[in-house]
Every structure is written in C-alpha cells, then in structure tokens.
Design a protein around this ligand. Structure first.
Ligand code: AGP
Length: 615
C-alpha cells in the first residue's frame, strides 16, 4: 500500500526522502515521487516503477532544500502513470500533497470546485490538493502556516473517506502540515529536525522518538516545533514514545532476501514473543495485556479470531488450541466476510483481531463492528502503535520485529505462539491440568533449538524445491492442527512462486479433489506423528494409488515415511499442539527456494502489498 515520508530540518531533504522511500518499498507500490521546497522554489520529481527510477531522475535535477515530502503509490484510482503518482499539486501549482487512503466523495468535491479547475491526474488525491488550495484563497497573501492550517482544516471538514496526508506550500517556508483519518501517520521527533511517515520504518535510522497520530488529528511541523491538534483546532498534548526496533533489525543482515532472513529469525523472535509470558511452575500462560478481570474471563462463552490471510491461519490454530485446552467454542472469521455478515455477537464473546501490520482495513473494520456489538475486543499485533493495537481494549504485541517481506513468516510463528499462550491461560482457568500446562510450556521452551534443526536443512530443502519447480499445480494437505499449516504452506507457495496450489484437510481429498491427482500434480503432505498419523498415511496412500508424487513432512525417526514419499523432510518430534510452530518452516523454505529458482521477486511478489489498508 502507499507510503509517505516527509522531512523538515537543516539537512538536505532529497537523500533522506529517497532513503525513506526505499525503506517503505516493502509495503508494495507501483510509482513514486517527491517534492522539495527551497526558499521560494518548489521542485517535484515523479516516476513509474522502482524507487531507483525516481532516484535516477532526481540525480539529474538540482534538488537543494531541507523541506520535502515523498510517496510510494499503490494504484487505486487511476492507472500506474507518472501523472497519477504523488505528490499532487493544487490549481496554483504551489501547494503539494501526498495522500494515503481514499477520498470517497471526490466526485462531489470536483463538481463543487467547478470547471475552472484543471486536473492532471485521475486521482482522488489531486482533488483534495485542489480543495485545500481553494480554501487557502480565502486568506490574504502573503500566506502563513496559520493560513495553510486553516485551509487544511476547512477542506478536511468536507471530505468523506480515509486519509493520511502531508502538505507543503511553496510560499510558506518551514512548514509541513499532516492529518490523519484512517491512514496511519507517525511523527519522528528529532533535534532541530522532524519527520513524518506512514509507519516508523523510514524514520528509525534517524530517531527512535515518535508520536503516533490518531484519527482526526493534525500535526504542524516546523524545524523546531511540533504542534498536534484536532480537526476542530484544539491543541493536544501528545506522548512521545520510544520505539525499540533498531534500524539494523530492518536490514537484511547478509541474507539474500528479507524473506529468508525473516525465516531464519524465527527461533530468536519466538523467544522474544514468549519471554516473561508464562509460568512453568503453574503451567500457565501469563499475558498481561488482556485487561479483563477474572470474572470477565469466566463470562467468556465463545472466542472468535478475526484476521486476513496468514493471520487467519494463525487464528485457525487458535481454534484447535482453545477448544482443546479451554473447551470454549471458537471460530475463525475472515475479516472481509465478518464485517458484512451481521454476526451474532454478545457480551460473552471474546474477539481477537490478529494482524502483523495492525493496519489491515478489513480486520480493523470487523473489529470495530464486533466492538459495536458489545464483544470484548483484543488485539494480537506486531506493529507497535498501529491502529488495531490502539483501537482494541487490550491484547498483546507479538514482538516479531519489523517484517519487511510481503510474505509473512516470522509474524505467523509469533501469532501462533501468543495464541497458544492465551489458550493455555484460558485453559488453566477451565479444564487444562497442571501437568498438561507444564508439558506444553516445556515443549515451547524446546522449540528454538528444534526450529534451528529444520533451518539447518535449508540447502537440502532447496534441492527438493528445485526438483519440483516446473510443476504448475500442487496440493498441500494436513489434518487436525496441521490443516492450518497446510493452508499457510499453500498460501506461501501461491504468493511467491505464482504456482497454483490448494490446501485440503487430508480426509477431504476423496470428496472431489482427488480427481485432479496424477503424475503432474504433486502433493505436499504434513504427516507428523500425532493422533491422526495413521489416517494421514491412508490419505497419502490414496494419492500414491493415483500416481501422485508426494513430498512428506515427517517426524524425525519415522523411517516408514520413505515408503510413501518421493521426498521426505524431517522435523523434530514435539507435542501435537505445538506442531504448527515447527511444521510450517519446511513449507516456508520450500516455497522460498522454489521462488528463487523460478527467478521471482521473493520479497515483493507481483500484485500484492504488505500492508493492505484499503478494502
Ligand atoms: C501473508 O503472507 C500475506 N502477505 C497476507 O495474507 C497477510 O497475512 C494479510 O494481508 C494480513 O495482514 P496483517 O497480518 O498485516 O493484517
């Protein structure tokens, strides 16, 4: 999705903005641009495609100046063209604006502005720039930052939709004005310089001090001051928060791609996720952020996990774990469906919203709906200070660190880890015995070294992945708590290799999909040693009988796995409930190596965005 970075200070803005845009690349984009003010000049450069195209263009221009805004665009209104790239200007060409979000009533505003307004793009954002410019004309030149602020306030009163905007004006030196409604904005607090961005990532190399704007807030940035106020012009005291992520954490650290680095990060970030959040002696999960009294916890009769994509697969693991450990009926709802299906929710329902970015529009809207209906709504989120984290009444950060590859890997692991701890917390209050609780925790504590044993097989998995790279279609099957693993493995395969893949519970294949199996349609089967092992073996036999090739994920020491498989990847044995924290790793590596072998852009697969902030 679109990204914003703005700078105001005494350094040259252009290199900071370009670097910031590179750090926003992970969000997905198709064009980019920047505008820089220097004294009474305003320069704007835009380009379609990679940031490097923009950097090459910028290098041919003289771009001095310490105030600027920049943007990566992911097309919504209008095609991928230079004209549609941000920043956009107003009618006077003196005001420039970058915008994330969607102005729903842009047609109305356009009509109201009249035919004398000439537009150069097909975007809703350009119309917003014109509207602000029009309101600025209500003040008398020479314009001041107060005039610009008033124009922004007036324009935003007329707008319906979502926005995160930053505006600057050629004739108003030392001033950036930003406003948020539905699209996140973060202010980076420096010394004699300030930053504004759509998330913390591009600001981290310069400062860890940040302020997170809330919906309906405006920030006025000058070199030496930051003022935050409401749309209604009331000043707000905003807390400055210290962000723990280091800039280096977001770098590749020697790995070929962010995705590979993030796969290998898993043993470490898993430890970060669970640290201090359990008590082995009591055999219990201890997650502080739930903000529910013991009485309220006892009132919970139903749990719903709401999420999209990978996060919804983590929720499915939660369904198995909550029902087994706590005996509480648990559902998983894909957010885009939940928000429109008038779900039956009451005050005995606990809803968990799961999200890496904390900004996914569908998840956010579904959580608001659940809240409106009176449920307890809690977040399981990675991005600190994100909208979901702030709008839920409690919950837990998963501590996966920045996840920059579009395909989610380590965030999934940590979502599952936190959900298992929640299930144990509720389970111990209901029906889970001390012994089971302790066994689960001990199994979790053994995981980092077991994860490493799988990661050590990366080269061997690469050889297998390369063998299968020319197959067009795959099944991924699993049963019980490994069915979500199959779904997640299948999504990874689709996302980064662009190969067709379908996930099924093993027992479901014979109800139709088995018809597709032949020697050209391989199956990856999760067949670890658990209560459904024998059932899974039978399901694999059915595939073998139709000449289907099979890659099996099996438990170390299961020599019989070779009888059924063309290829076997072994994973260490663990408790069944904990298997989803190991068995997905070979699937991640398989997809990764196949995607590399096929020459795909692993970190930025086509058609996808990291943070899906539109519906
Ligand atoms: C995962 O690989 C995907 N990129 C995608 O399914 C993602 O999990 C989904 O869009 C939800 O994102 P979120 O966790 O940031 O809410």
């Amino acid at each position: 999705m679109c990204g914003i970075i703005g700078y105001i200070g005494s350094k040259e803005a252009a290199p900071i903005l370009l670097q910031g845009l590179r750090r926003l690349e992970y969000r997905g984009y198709d064009s980019a641009g920047l505008a820089i003010q220097d004294g009474d000049t305003l320069a704007r450069v835009r380009s379609v495609g990679k940031i490097e195209n923009l950097a090459a263009r910028a290098a041919t221009e003289d771009l001095p100046g310490g105030v600027g805004i920049a943007h990566t665009r992911w097309a919504t209104h209008g095609g991928v063209t230079e004209e549609n790239a941000h920043p956009h200007t107003d009618q006077s060409q003196k005001l420039v604006l970058v915008h994330n979000g969607i102005i729903e009533n842009y047609r109305e505003i356009k009509e109201q502005l009249g035919s004398e307004h000439i537009y150069n793009s097909e975007t809703d954002s350009e119309i917003l720039a014109h509207l602000i410019g029009e309101h600025l004309l209500e003040s008398t030149a020479p314009y001041t930052k107060e005039h610009l602020l008033k124009a922004v306030e007036e324009a935003l009163k007329q707008v319906r939709g979502t926005y995160g905007i930053v505006v600057l004006h050629k004739d108003i030196p030392n001033c950036l004005i930003a406003a948020r409604m539905g699209s996140p904005l973060v202010v980076g607090v420096g010394d004699g310089e300030h930053y504004i961005a759509s998330d913390a990532t591009p600001i981290l190399p310069y400062t860890k001090k940040m302020m997170f704007l809330d919906d309906g807030e405006i920030a006025i940035l000058t070199q030496d001051a930051i003022e935050i106020q409401t749309l209604a012009h009331e000043l707000i005291e905003k807390e400055v928060e210290e962000i723990e992520w280091s800039a280096e954490e977001a770098e590749k650290q020697g790995y070929a791609d962010f995705m590979l680095k993030e796969i290998f990060d898993q043993p470490t970030v898993f430890e970060d996720a669970i640290r201090g959040r359990y008590d082995v002696e009591e055999g219990v999960g201890k997650l502080g952020g739930l903000n529910m009294t013991d009485d309220e916890i006892k009132q919970v009769r139903r749990v719903i996990f709401i999420a999209c994509g990978t996060a919804s697969h983590a929720g499915m693991v939660g369904k198995y774990a909550f029902e087994r450990l706590a005996g509480i009926p648990t559902e998983v709802d894909v957010a885009s469906e939940f928000r429109y299906r008038d779900a039956v929710i009451d005050e005995h329902t606990l809803v968990f919203g799961i999200s890496q970015s904390g900004e996914t529009a569908d998840t956010l809207a579904a959580l608001r709906e659940a809240k409106r209906k009176g449920a307890f709504v809690r977040g399981i989120v990675n991005s600190v200070g994100s909208t979901i984290a702030r709008e839920t009444d409690g919950g837990t950060y998963i501590h996966a660190g920045p996840e920059l590859a579009v395909a989610s890997t380590k965030a999934y692991t940590n979502m599952v880890a936190i959900i298992l701890l929640y299930a144990l917390q509720f389970g111990r209050a209901q029906r889970t015995t001390l012994a089971t609780g302790q066994r689960l925790l001990n199994a979790l504590l053994e995981l980092p070294q077991k994860m490493n044993r799988i990661l050590e097989q990366s080269d061997a998995i690469k050889v297998i992945a390369e063998t299968y790279k020319d197959y067009e279609d795959f099944f991924v099957i699993g049963r019980g708590i490994n069915y979500p693993t199959a779904l997640e493995g299948s999504l990874k395969l689709k996302e980064i290799t662009y190969r067709h893949s379908e996930a099924y519970p093993g027992g479901e294949m014979k109800h139709g999909s088995l018809a597709l199996v032949d020697e050209s349609f391989p199956t990856i089967a999760v067949m670890t040693k658990n209560q459904l092992y024998d059932k899974m073996r039978s399901n694999i036999e059915e595939i073998r009988a139709r000449k289907g090739k099979v890659i099996v994920i099996a438990t170390e020491g299961d020599d019989r796995a070779h009888e059924l498989a063309d290829d076997v990847i072994f994973v260490p044995e663990t408790m069944e409930l904990v298997e989803p924290l190991l068995n997905h790793i070979p699937l991640q590596l398989f997809s990764y190596h196949m995607a590399v072998a096929l020459g795909r852009d692993v970190d930025r697969p086509r058609n996808l965005a990291k943070s899906v902030t539109v519906e």
